[in-house]
Design a protein around this ligand. Structure first.
Ligand SMILES: *Cc1c(COP(=O)(O)O)cnc(C)c1O
Length: 395
């Protein structure tokens, strides 16, 4: 008897993606992540990574990782709460807590699990989340897992957040006000001072996801709380070790009791194996560099300013970006993917992003410059962008 594939409907979905021009094959990186990287056998200017400071392939991180493998092996053999906590795991948490000027820190396997694991551990079904409409998928999943009621406010609209909180007057349950520090698809910075005021006025827990601000904003890359001088007023700060820090992981910072609670209740911490030694050792080396070489962050921002000025001069619409994440707005998802593909052929890697990652009609290619791009790389990228955009009727 021939077996009917019960997953056949997924093949139908893929056909629809192909018809809509949104089907994406994974590009294969053949070598380290650098300003010039090789993907699918082609040498490209890489504006598609989150490797803001060029740490992903930094010799000091690599040496630390290799050394850790030699001394401690490839894996840890268990989750943190059973027997998989290395001394260096605790050292990294103390290091990050001191860096962020908070009492304590817990490191998760990724920024995604940090968000999802934290929100779902702190809130329950009788509680309320007040969430920016453009918050990251990991926040949305954390909110859903918590079974709390989700109240979405218009992007970056602190008055809208206040309305949602005011409407809950007298309703039982805890309130959590949550926003990205830097929004990953638009590159704008959340209105944190205003949101913190609102959270304080209504006694809400304030939580910020600094995935794209860790290593980018604030002194030595301490993040948006430092950038806006909000120390002591944000209860939960999430950061990632996977972007500017160059390795892998997510961290949560806050009070000692809060972090101890997460050690007992955050499910990815309890039920998924701890970071291998190489990851943790490389992260420690990255924090050494953040503290000793702030000029990397200065170079990142100098490149950001230059690239944005030049894009504006060429007439590109870069939306509301204020950070090294600079979208180039295109419109339809199929056009964004076609633009990205044409750029790839010409030697520039910039990802096309369309629905459902961004709203319908707001498709774009996303560029991220890094500290290690040279002026020559950026000028070449601008030349390719202008030439291809003109050919395709985008400029
Ligand atoms: C990338 C990202 C994450 C996830 O971080 P990973 O460490 O890659 O899992 C979380 N939140 C935001 C806003 C992000 O951009």
């Amino acid at each position: 008897m021939t077996r009917i594939d019960p997953l056949a409907f997924l093949g139908e979905q893929l056909k629809e993606f192909r018809a809509a021009g949104t089907y994406q094959r994974l590009r294969e990186l053949q070598g380290p992540c650098e300003p010039i990287s090789i993907y699918d056998g082609k040498e490209l200017i890489n504006l598609a990574s989150n490797n803001y400071l060029g740490l992903a392939n930094h010799p000091k991180l690599k040496e630390a990782a290799i050394d850790a493998v030699r001394k401690f092996g490839a894996g840890t053999g268990a989750v943190r709460t059973i027997s998989g906590t290395l001394e260096m795991h605790m050292e990294l948490e103390r290091r990050i807590a001191a860096f962020k000027h908070v009492e304590a820190c817990v490191v998760f396997q990724s920024g995604f699990t940090a968000n999802a694991g934290t929100v779902s551990a702190v809130l329950g079904k009788d509680d309320h989340v007040i969430s920016d409409e453009l918050n990251h998928a990991s926040i949305i999943d954390g909110c859903r897992l918590s079974r709390a009621k989700i109240h979405v406010f218009r992007h970056a609209d602190a008055a809208g957040a206040e309305e949602k909180l005011a409407a809950l007057d007298g309703v039982p349950g805890r309130r959590l006000l949550i926003t990205d520090g830097v929004f990953s698809m638009d590159g704008d910075i959340g209105p944190l001072p205003a949101l913190v005021e609102v959270a304080e006025k209504y006694g809400a827990i304030m939580m910020i996801d600094d995935a794209h601000s860790s290593g980018v904003l604030g002194r030595n890359g301490r993040g948006t709380v430092d950038h806006f001088h909000l120390h002591g007023r944000v209860d939960i700060q999430v950061g990632t070790l996977s972007k500017a820090v160059g390795v892998l992981g997510g961290y949560v910072c806050g009070s000692r009791d809060f972090i101890e609670y997460l050690y007992h209740r955050a499910r990815p911490f309890l039920f998924s194996t701890s970071h291998p030694p190489a990851v943790t050792a490389a992260c420690l080396a990255a924090f050494d560099l953040l503290e000793s070489e702030p000029e990397r962050i200065e170079a990142l921002w100098a490149n950001t300013r230059y690239f944005k000025e030049q894009l504006a001069r060429l007439g590109f619409n870069t939306g509301r970006s204020e950070t090294p994440i600079t979208p180039i707005m295109v419109g339809e998802a199929s056009a964004a993917h076609a633009f990205s593909k044409a750029l790839f052929e010409e030697g520039l890697f910039a990802t096309g992003i369309g629905f459902p990652t961004v709203p319908q009609g707001k498709a774009r290619i996303r560029t991220i410059v890094t500290a290690t791009h040279t002026r020559e790389h950026l000028d070449k990228a601008l030349e390719i962008l202008a030439r291809v955009a003109k050919r395709m009727g985008i400029l």
